[in-house]
Design a protein around this ligand. Sequence first.
Ligand SMILES: C[S@@+](CC[C@H](N)C(=O)[O-])C[C@H]1O[C@@H](n2cnc3c(N)ncnc32)[C@H](O)[C@@H]1O
Length: 280
Amino acid sequence: MATVKENLLRATELAESDSPRLDLEVLLCHLLGKSRAWLYTWPEHSLDESQQTEFDALVARRIAGEPVAHLTGSREFWSLPLKVNRSTLIPRPDTEVLVETVLSLCPQTEASVLDLGTGTGAIALALASEKKHWQITAVDTMPAAVALAEENRKLLGFHNVEILQSDWFSALADQRFDVIVSNPPYIDTQDPHLREGDVRFEPLSALVADEQGLADIRKIAADARGFLSQNGMLAVEHGWEQGKAVRKVFAEHGYTEVETRLDYAGRERITLGRYHNALP
Ligand SMILES: C[S@@+](CC[C@H](N)C(=O)[O-])C[C@H]1O[C@@H](n2cnc3c(N)ncnc32)[C@H](O)[C@@H]1O
């Protein structure tokens, strides 16, 4: 049987991956139930026959393009271990900028927050991990995503997050939120990137929207006005080429203090604004 070190030298087999060595390490850690430090401490450890067969199968699936997160069933977001599956998006590091933005602009100890299209629960659970007294509602339209987010909520033990099935605001009658946050589907249906990398294995329900990817953002910007508290904040993630269009959508719907924040690569990815509604 091959040793840990020999198995980690198989990077050339994962030619299409951007991070072949890391993929092998993560898959081997998952299989052996060990840390990456352990792999480096015990490079001469030999896998037994069934472990080697299982590892070969994982490598073959990775060569076929399956995301590492689907092979391990988990992905870390905001340092929280989240379960993932094919029902929704694998959380991306870029979305942590949305979490950071909300936290930096909302220092208050108590707030009511809505996460639209919660998927794994990533944004809602990250906010809950930082703000024990925020009341957070998280919705998704896909029942399997709702079940996944609820599983993650339970595993992390957060009691200030309620997860509901809802087509955007449909299940939220008469509620007001200080902050509404969303990473909605925003990829154009014709975008060629849909045929590349991890997104091939993620559901279109989490990825694409009509109107050059802007249909869901338009719907959210329009309807959020009826669910925001006075001077409440709406913050959405969008594609790096959509900043100008999203600012226009926000302005057209009467949001003020509209601005766009950059992701870690310096691209326009988060737009936010406040709404002064005419509450009685
Ligand atoms: C881009 S994913 C974001 C998932 C998660 N918030 C994250 O950042 O990793 C968009 C999510 O929106 C959900 N979604 C799509 N249409 C929806 C709708 N009409 N109402 C509620 N959720 C919706 C999808 O099921 C998916 O989970």
